[in-house]
Design a protein around this ligand. Structure first.
Ligand code: PGA
Length: 252
């Protein structure tokens, strides 16, 4: 049985006071919840304070990106070591907003994932097609490219801890969710590809989140799907009520 994992991607929202309120609220609402991995990924400037708030709780700290080099002249980036120092455990890599607005490529994703793994942290690797790719019938080839490119040269032993997030770009922040059946179809495809790249046992043990307008009222139908092991939540992770409800519903 794969343990569900629900992650909140706070994107570029919240200043410190609001972020502290949200994190404290989540801690209060979720302290008794078991059987699910809970992650929140605030922006870089918030990590230090939020880390203190959730320390020792069942909520884990995530970051939204990390550079592949250990250090250097890379303005605007953060290294794995810098994030580790703040007790970050998970790092989102290759989010579609990074690919779309900041020129992130499969090659960059691959280098970042390798750096996260060698730092002993867990990457959440995002894959997914945009609307025109879906309309042209290219969903599977795009997802396959993201997987093969992002995982290039990463051996099974290291890869087994990677969390995958299938996020159809047309469903992010739009209020449009892929139907549970549409999502399951791609999740099943991802697991099949992972079995080809690694092996069936490894693929069966890997967790694949769905992301794109996940809300309290659709999480149950999504998480019931055979190959959906959790969610990467944007908008609905910014409020105590909606994120807590999603977490609670993911464990039934
Ligand atoms: P959304 O974002 O839930 O607001 O659609 C999901 C994501 O971008 O990870």
């Amino acid at each position: 049985m794969r343990r569900p994992i629900i992650a909140g991607n706070w994107k570029m929202y919240k200043t410190i006071a609001d972020a502290l309120e949200l994190a404290n609220g989540l801690k209060r609402e979720l302290y008794a919840i078991k059987g699910v991995d809970i992650v929140i990924a605030p922006g870089f400037t918030l990590l230090d304070e939020i880390s203190d708030v959730i320390s020792g709780s069942n909520i884990n700290l995530g970051a939204q990106n990390a550079h592949w080099e250990a250090e250097g002249a890379f303005t605007g980036e953060a290294s794995v070591a810098q994030l580790k120092e703040l007790d970050v455990k998970y790092i989102i890599i290759g989010h579609s907003e990074r690919r779309q607005f900041f020129g992130e490529t499969n090659e960059g994703v691959n280098k970042r994932i390798k750096a996260v793994l060698s730092g002993g942290l867990i990457p959440i690797m995002c894959v997914g097609e945009n609307l025109s790719q879906r309309e042209k019938g290219n969903t599977f080839s795009v997802v396959q490219d993201h997987l093969r490119g992002g995982l290039e040269g990463i051996e099974k032993e290291e890869a087994k801890d990677i969390i995958f997030a299938y996020e159809p770009v047309w469903a992010i922040g739009t209020g449009k969710t892929a139907t549970p059946a549409e999502a399951q179809e791609v999740h099943g495809f991802i697991r099949k590809k992972l079995a080809e790249i690694y092996d069936n046992d490894t693929a069966q043990s890997m967790r694949i989140q769905y992301g794109g307008s996940v809300k309290p009222d659709n999480i149950e139908d999504l998480i019931k799907q055979e190959d959906i092991d959790g969610a990467l939540v944007g908008g609905a992770s910014l409020k105590v009520d909606s994120f807590s409800e999603i977490v609670k519903k993911s464990v039934g």
